[in-house]
Design a protein around this ligand. Structure first.
Ligand SMILES: [Ca+2]
Length: 503
């Protein structure tokens, strides 16, 4: 069934009443097959905004029957543009929110500007949306409800990479515990892994400002959890309350004192540089993609050097775990100013659910078989040229407009064994993922105080690792931080958690 032009205009301007219900229950069930129009404001990263003639937009129009009126805004200008449009209450049916929990969006949600989506989630009638997963969706909650569909990204991101050629030379195995990590960085420092007869290498390279996030990682390797975690008593605590956190700090303090980490930790602003120069052989990271970048840089100096990685570290309590990354880069939101009725919302959400079928995910992820990928023995593969055509010509900025971007309907092969090992590690990760409860709930105190509050811990953490203060000094800083707002943040996160009917 086709809508008349007038009906389409009614939908566009959002003054329609119960148009879809008027067509009978049958009609509402036909997903997007009838063809319809909606407006969509999104950011783009390519040099030019995607044209309506691209394969991507033609696919939406011809195959998915969605005639979308896009407003493309350069990523660098997007946040200001969205703020202006929000202030004017002039929004299309769908918008990208680059930071869907920043103050302006949270206030707009509390003012009733956006539709809640909870009724579509964990709902068997929307199997596509179900693929987005609870971790991502929980991280989008505002006051216990979900108002956004995540533009999904990986949740499994914490790992470490190292000079595999040094490991091989010294007879070391991929580390599986914090003590084995220690053995690697000790050997990289003390056993001349580059074989030049000089005492000129060390273990860890790190940016000084990243000590905070990689103290969390080591705390988890000692059995801790994410930065803000749910304790057994049902209240939310900061990691500094977990005994594993002091163990992690002591680990770094010892590593620094022994010289198993770069000596200019405080000033170092680029963890790649000592690694690339062959001065350090081990790097913690929260992005698997860094491994490939690091290898490229390393091989520009040492063409024969090889890189390995580890991501599954077993804590003393026997648990393999890592931080759950937030799992999205921006999200799609649905303004009430343009979508006037639940029936209209149903229709648009059905479209985004339809994007979540295997077939449509594959199209938005890799394009078309024979053009930008091929399938052999049930596995998908593609060349660098095909990827370039997909990203720059056929499906430019596809990752800005689809919720589904890291879901792989078909296993994917690459010709690079290291990249393949990374893909397999991410896809096959079966350890624990610890959510950060400050991603799920909002503390007004944390918003108000911003980074000024965490600076207290950041300063003390570094001083303790460098040996400039003792344990009593660290604990005094924790007490100071709690009094300055840390306790209040914990209380507010706990209250929000307890008030959440869907926790
Ligand atoms: Ca040496």
């Amino acid at each position: 069934m086709k809508f008349s032009k007038w009906a389409l205009i009614l939908i566009m301007v959002g003054i329609t009443g119960n148009l879809f219900a008027a067509g009978g229950g049958q009609k509402a069930d036909q997903s997007a097959a009838d063809g319809f129009k909606f407006g969509f404001m999104a950011n783009f990263n390519q040099p030019e905004p995607p044209k309506d003639s691209t394969r991507m937009i033609q696919y939406w129009k011809n195959e998915l029957k969605a005639d979308v009126d896009f407003t493309w805004v350069p990523t660098s200008a997007y946040t200001d543009k969205l703020a202006a449009q929000l202030a004017a209450a002039d929004l299309p049916h769908v918008i990208v929110a680059r930071s869907p929990k920043d103050g302006l969006i949270v206030q707009s949600v509390r003012d009733g500007l956006f539709w809640p989506l909870d009724k579509y989630l964990n709902n068997p009638a929307y199997p596509g949306l179900d693929r987005l997963g609870d971790i991502r969706l929980n991280n989008l909650k505002i006051d216990g409800k979900i108002y956004a569909l995540p533009k999904e990204r990986d949740i499994v991101r914490s790992c470490m990479y190292f000079r595999q050629d040094w490991m091989d030379k010294l007879g070391l195995k991929t580390p599986t515990t914090i003590d084995e990590i220690y053995a690697v960085i000790k050997a990289f420092t003390e056993r001349d892994p580059d074989g030049n007869g000089k005492n000129d290498t060390t273990g860890i390279s790190m940016k000084g400002r990243n000590l905070n996030i990689y103290t969390t990682n080591v705390s988890i390797y000692y059995g801790g959890q994410a930065e803000w975690y749910l304790a057994d008593d049902g209240t939310i605590h900061n990691e500094v309350d977990n005994p594993s956190y002091e163990k992690a700090l002591n680990w770094y303090r010892d590593v620094f004192a022994k010289g198993y980490i770069i000596s200019n930790l405080v000033e170092n602003n680029d963890e790649y540089v000592p690694f690339q120069q062959g001065r350090a052989g081990f790097v913690f990271t929260d992005a698997f993609t860094d491994i490939i970048d690091a290898r490229t840089k390393l091989n520009s100096v040492f063409p024969n050097a090889t890189v390995g990685f580890a991501h599954k570290i077993t804590a003393p309590n026997g648990v393999v775990g890592m931080k759950a990354y937030i799992g999205y880069t921006g999200a799609l939101m649905f303004p009430r100013t343009s979508i006037k009725t639940e029936a209209e919302l149903d229709r648009i959400i059905k479209f985004f659910d339809l994007l979540g079928t295997d077939k449509n995910i594959l199209v938005m992820r890799r394009g078309f078989e024979g053009e930008t990928y091929s399938i052999q023995n049930g596995k998908l593969s593609f060349t660098a040229d095909q990827t370039k055509r997909f990203r720059e010509v056929d499906f430019p900025d596809a990752d800005q407009i689809t919720p589904y971007y890291v879901t792989k309907p078909i296993p994917e092969l690459t010709s690079d064994p290291l990249q393949q090992a990374i893909n397999d590690a991410v896809d096959g990760y079966d350890g624990k993922l610890y959510p950060n409860y400050s991603n799920i709930y909002i503390s007004e105190t944390a918003v108000k105080l911003g980074s000024g509050l965490s600076d207290i811990l950041t300063d003390a953490r570094m001083k303790y690792v460098l040996g400039q203060i003792d344990l009593a000094g660290w604990r005094a800083a924790v007490t100071q931080w709690k009094a300055a707002g840390g306790d209040k943040v914990a209380a507010e996160l706990t209250a929000a958690y307890k008030a959440d009917p869907n926790k």
